[in-house]
Design a protein around this ligand. Structure first.
Ligand code: IPE
Ligand code: IPE
Ligand code: MG
Length: 266
């Protein structure tokens, strides 16, 4: 594998130097990493292969990302695998993706379980065919007690859907008399959103060169640090992810305060 050539670390970045234990940037490792895994189609097209070939190749990068998070002791990894808009793609590509999800579930669940990964599928799962839904539910049930890494796979997910379903569930709570309409604010709505039990993403990575959110976690990334790389998803390896973490470690997160206030508090 031509790792260095595909995803060369930046000047002065030692891929092996930053580990959670004993490194100066230990406190600067994100607790929650969210990734838009983009570029599979272009990766395949560059090789004159069908787009589905790129999606299959992308599975290896998913394994790399999971391994990386386990090594770095990152608490949560949220991957955008299929958006609520991706149904608009040609039917054969959607079909190939569903087939791939099915196979991946059969192939990877035991291994993830063995590594202590808790897997959750996030999105409107009602749109999927029954065999796929059943496997998703089985993988979630099997790994529910694991604590090494919370892996969230967003499928038929949209950030707007998420906010709308939260509003609907809050309205249902109002109808049941458990909540009053005038008590609905950011704090009382937050528990109804997906991933509410996890810290919000600290670092948002999008691969594949596009600089957009594409309806990913709109609410949850309000204060995430954004990182974009041109590397196409199938080419992403641990060195590439390390480079994003090194960049993150140099950011100052101000949450509305001044730089001086933040410097004083730390
Ligand atoms: C991301 O890669 C994977 C999915 C959306 C399922 P793309 O398939 O969007 O790849 P490009 O952007 O066309 O290269
Ligand atoms: C976003 O990528 C969705 C996933 C990575 C699953 P897209 O490739 O679908 O996004 P757009 O259409 O270019 O915005
Ligand atoms: Mg794309």
């Amino acid at each position: 594998m031509v790792r260095g050539a595909r995803c060369a670390p930046g000047a002065g970045t030692d891929v092996n130097a930053t580990t959670p234990e004993g490194s100066a940037s230990a406190a600067r490792i994100p607790r929650h990493l969210a990734i838009v895994m983009d570029g599979n189609g272009r990766w395949a097209e560059q090789r004159h292969r069908p787009r589905s070939f790129g999606h299959r190749a992308g599975q290896k990068a998913v394994r790399e990302a999971v391994e990386f998070c386990l090594r770095q002791r990152i608490e949560a990894l949220t991957l955008f695998a299929f958006s609520s808009e991706n149904w608009r793609r040609p039917q054969d590509e959607v079909g190939a993706l569903m087939e791939l999800f099915l196979k991946a579930l059969d192939k990877e669940t035991d291994e993830l379980h063995g590594h202590g990964v808790r897997v959750r599928f996030v999105g409107d799962l009602t749109a999927f065919a029954e065999p796929l839904r059943q496997r998703m539910q089985a993988a979630m049930a099997k790994t529910a007690g694991n604590t090494a890494l919370a892996l969230n796979v967003c499928v038929n997910y949209g950030g707007r859907w998420d906010i709308a379903q939260a509003a609907r569930r809050a309205a249902e709570a109002v109808a049941r008399g458990e909540l009053t309409a005038d008590a609905i604010d950011e704090r009382t709505l937050a528990p109804y959103l997906s991933l509410a039990d996890l810290p919000p993403p600290d670092l948002f990575i999008r691969t594949g060169g596009e600089h957009r959110i594409s309806n990913f976690l709109l609410w949850q990334i309000a204060y995430a640090e954004l990182y974009f790389t041109d590397t196409l998803w199938p080419d992403v390896d641990q060195a590439c992810l390390q480079r994003a973490l090194d960049d993150y470690a140099g950011r100052q997160r101000r949450y509305g305060r001044t730089g001086a206030q933040v410097a004083q508090a730390s």
